[in-house]
Design a protein around this ligand. Sequence first.
Ligand code: A3P
Length: 320
Amino acid sequence: QRFLGLSQGLVEVKGPGYIAPIQYANFAHNYYNFRFFPDDVVIMSHPKCGTTWMQEIIWTMRNNVDVHKAKTTPMKFRAPFLDMDFLKPAHLDYDSELLSQFTARHPDLDPMKEGIYIDHLVNTPRPRTMNTHLTFDLLNPDLINTAKIVYVSRNPRDACVSYFHHQRLIRVSEFIGDFEEFVEYWCQDLIGQGPFWAHVEQAWSKKDHPNVLFIFYEDLKEDILTQLQRLNAFLETNLTEDQLLKVAQHTTFESMKNSSTINNTAGAVSAGFFKANEGDFVRKGITGDWQNYFTPEIEKNIEAWMKKWNPISKQVPFKY
Ligand code: A3P
């Protein structure tokens, strides 16, 4: 199969279940055996569905609305990303800070085998907030009965547009095509960390579990306070209305776009992760941007793709 442009290649991990860069295989057992604790909060999502927004919201809620710390501490030390070891382009250096911490902890171990980002999370002080784009069946089955999981999702048309920009932005994807070309891959489910519907399906089937909270990006956009109240109850953070208001103000699109601990495009360009002149990671932050991109032909393809993924695509009440 020809997956979306990536010279390292992508592989299909489990039937039609998950598409990942080939080096995922080196770490699959580390992920499956990764140990969760009852005070962990795991933000789970398909890429481009509001993960970073949720990281910022949940970290702030769980850390007594410490906005100063949020603005001065990089996300990797607040709500680390579990999957980075296999997403890191092979030709790029490891994060030097995390690598030196790994080497100090394990002078005899090979970071390429252990995974420095996994090790970083193992050593992150509890209570931990983390995020992953891995699905439930790639992680330890104990997860759902141990930790709290917040699954954030977004209508697939907007997720598709956002992913298109992301693929243009990140150096590892090597994708330089236009939106029409991207949609062809999307509709054939040939894009990393998807397929979208298979990802959503796993979480949707577990949405009524007491340890799972399913949140829509569109609901966050429409009425953030209602969603913060849901989170407050689910996470048992006991924040006051005033504190929730402060969280809402701290996590607006403008605030996150201007935050150097979240939207550091220049830093990511110079570290070799992002291409220059392809925009920002925190890009536009609206619902319905797909209407600026979809031609009737694209809409036809997307509808056929949704039909292919019946009944799950009919079940999940995304607001389009
Ligand atoms: P767009 O590309 O449509 O702008 P993820 O974090 O899962 O990769 O999702 C990224 C998407 O969330 C991007 O969407 C980004 O702009 C959007 N986003 C990030 N912070 C946001 C915020 N505070 N409010 C609204 N959207 C936000």
